[in-house]
Write a protein that binds this ligand. Structure first.
Ligand code: ZN
Length: 381
């Protein structure tokens, strides 16, 4: 079987869509008008992703407020926030360029999603010819909605986590029910949990172990056969062409990350300074048998934060090097992250989101080609 290749999920929203989001937040256009713009952006994303040759496509998450907040709010500004949430939650990440992103705050129970990823996917599936995948948010990220230091009076942390796991499970199942071929769980907070940033209190609470345990509570509800198509994505963040935890040594994260019983992992690696070091960690800690499934390791070979397009030859070489450390039957290729996990993202290093979209498709096409070259070289084509 050739080396599989898959993107994480998101693409930059076109300038036109980002302007429509702003107009919707300002009450100048209706939700229906915003959805029309989202539909156009999804159609364009799917057609152009299909044209890259990638076997499984996404709609670029053009309908999502962000990879983390799509279940909770229509827009990043908080328009259409779900019940029992206030907009002023904790910062979940402070990025290297100084900007930050914030989560809503839970004010009481019960915790319920207002939008499931499958609801968004169902609107895009009729636009696609190729099979589609869908990204969902990890329970570990949404566990940060609950106040860090105290319990809510009428809604204990345990009850919240139980409800959260049910919602995350339902989110994944719904994706498969409407027709997703694969579902990957975004776990950007994993690496950030090792950071201990005094300006961002939760990162100093050594939460990685509980994140892994919480995510496994959901992942373990699926059969080995289902888990073959359930992945986990790790990265040091990717917003406004900046990262939040690139300085964390992967050795702190990867041995624990592979304890999650997912069938595949989409891992940022193209922008790592010492790739052999991280390939070696992946080879050592990924498991041949994770409670009934082999863990397929998708190596990041394209950097969505850098406008320079990787060549197919460069990508093939990275995969051939990785194959020295990771069994080729368990090797895949991916991008380091989504190309724009947040709906409002000007892509400053690219100049404009529209140009960043053009670059994204070029990168995906190069990845498809480079992966094919590597498959031939490794004798698995
Ligand atoms: Zn990412």
């Amino acid at each position: 079987m050739p080396i599989p290749t898959e993107n994480v999920g998101s693409l930059p929203r076109p300038t036109r869509l980002q302007e429509a989001i702003e107009a919707y937040d300002a009450g100048k256009i209706s939700l229906e008008e915003l959805q029309r713009e989202q539909d156009l952006a999804c159609q364009d994303s799917i057609e152009r992703m299909e044209a890259t040759g990638q076997p499984i496509v996404t709609d670029g998450e053009q309908r999502a407020s962000s990879f983390a907040t799509y279940p909770l709010t229509d827009t990043l500004a908080g328009t259409g926030l779900a019940d029992n949430l206030a907009p002023d939650g904790q910062k979940f990440a402070i990025f290297a360029d100084g900007h930050h992103r914030q989560l809503p705050r839970l004010t009481g129970g019960p915790f319920r999603y207002k939008t499931y990823a499958g609801d968004l996917l169902a609107r895009s599936l009729p636009m696609a010819i190729k099979p589609m995948k869908q990204a969902v948010i990890a329970p570990s990220m949404l566990s940060l909605l609950y106040p860090l230091e105290r319990d809510l009076p009428d809604y204990s942390r345990e009850q919240f986590l139980a409800d959260l796991c049910d919602e995350c499970e339902r989110d994944i199942r719904k994706c498969f029910e409407v027709g997703a071929k694969r579902v990957s769980i975004d776990f950007t907070e994993g690496r950030l949990a090792c950071r201990n940033d005094p300006d961002n209190p939760w990162t100093g609470q050594k939460m990685l172990d509980q994140f892994i345990e919480l995510n496994n509570r959901v992942i373990n509800r699926f059969t080995p056969n289902e888990r073959r198509s359930i992945g986990v994505h790790t990265c040091p963040g990717g917003d406004c062409d900046s990262t939040h935890s690139a300085d964390v040594d992967y050795a702190e994260l990867l041995p624990k990350m592979f304890q999650m019983n997912a069938g595949y992992f989409l891992m940022q690696m193209a922008s790592e300074p010492d790739k052999k070091y991280v390939y070696d960690l992946v080879g050592r800690y990924s498991r041949e048998d994770a409670n009934g499934v082999p863990q397929v390791c998708f190596i990041g070979v394209c950097d969505p934060l850098n406008p320079e397009v990787e060549s197919p030859e460069q990508i093939a070489e990275a995969l051939q090097t990785a194959a020295k450390y990771i069994p080729k039957e368990r090797l895949g290729s991916t991008d380091d992250c989504g190309f724009s996990p947040f709906s409002v993202d000007k892509k400053p290093k690219h100049g404009t989101p529209d140009f960043a979209r053009d670059i994204a498709f070029q990168k995906i096409a190069a990845r498809v080609k480079g992966t094919q070259i590597a498959s031939e070289a490794l004798g698995v084509a």
